[in-house]
Design a protein around this ligand. Sequence first.
Ligand code: ZN
Ligand code: ZN
Length: 454
Amino acid sequence: MDFDNLCVFWSFGMHIFKDSLMMEKWLLFNLPGSTETSLKTVLVVSDGLGDHPIPSLRGKTPLEAARTPTLDKLADEGTTGLVHVIAPGIPPGSDAGHLALLGYDPKSCYTGRGAFEALGAGISLQPTDIAFRGNFATVQSTRGKELRILDRRAGRHVPEGDELAKLVNRLSLPSSPDIEVIVKRTAEHRCVVILRGANLSQKIGDTDSHSRSDYVQKSIPLDSSEAAQYTASVVNELTREFHRILSASPINAERRKSDLPEANIVLLRGAGTLPEISSLKDLYGIRAACVAGGALYKGVARSVGMDILPVPGATAGYDTNAEAKAKAAAKTLSKHDFVFLHFKPTDSAAHDKNPQKKIEMTEKLDHLLSTLQSAIDRENTLIAITSDHSTSSLTGKHIGDPVPLLINGPRVRNDVVTRFSERACANGGLGHIVGKDLMPILMNYVGRTPKYGA
Ligand code: ZN
Ligand code: ZN
């Protein structure tokens, strides 16, 4: 290890590596040869769990207002802290937030959301592929030949989505016949779109207006490279082809007849490429698995080499089968060293600006943990519970406030905190950490973080 090249600085009471690639290299070359332990780890991420104090809850956050006996007991017996997932004050996106919680520095390895959605949808990406998130949408041609957006989501309910995706999957672009176009529907009105071919760049703008404009946007190059200019022109031609083919489809004739908005275009956003990162197996020697409902989380998990467990009833909605997820996570610990369990509804309730729903979903999380802890071998399992960001039930948006963290397990020092909440965890034994420091902390408890120095 070259000490001159290592930059450490004092931040939030602990040393952290300034350069995550350096951190990755250090881990790769110093992985313990034989692990001294067979301790297992479960990391539960409740999406958007932190919140603002809510006036209608008399200044409590939904987490403080919820009845959470299991979370409180785990916090009481374990250690706690606050996590600034990306950095203090930065509101994280879910993809970047999860990368950070899994030990990667999103500032150096985040390559756009589209790639994670595609991986989560089960598509194997090649390093030069450009992946987008897509929406089937409703547009209308105007005299100026611009396409006016009538509904960004084509009414949200698009049961013919699979058939529509087939119509445009593998379509041939007149000006770029050597570019392969892959379209796969994921859920409702959503799909993923992959461009495969030479000289493509992810540095291009979206065609989705994100409700900021009434018109389909022209994709523009975001840097001066030829590849970006070329890719933007490919995307604009592709958008015209989407509209031409989908408008002529009998499916849309039927939707018109039934007074449903036509799904006559695919709007694209979040261009991304496969991130070049080492797997958790390479970094820590662990076999890791993921239990999640949403494609994005499965995609992030796949990008770091996790096995994705199919769990019936596990969705990203309020109706997700929390019991089934907990049981599946516990069961797979016989085959895996590390399980990442994702719970989405806490974030959704905050996006819906519904603090009461968030309380209800936080209590559902508590039941999940009750099932989980009685299904695992507590003597030999570390449980960590945190979130990828705070989401405000007041504004409906992700915010940069830190999230609570608790770690409970056989070798964990006990701190003075007896409850699991944003306020209580501010007094925790772990203090304040940044997201990418969580994995080394967890792996230290299970004897898998290598020694630094001689
Ligand atoms: Zn999230
Ligand atoms: Zn969110």
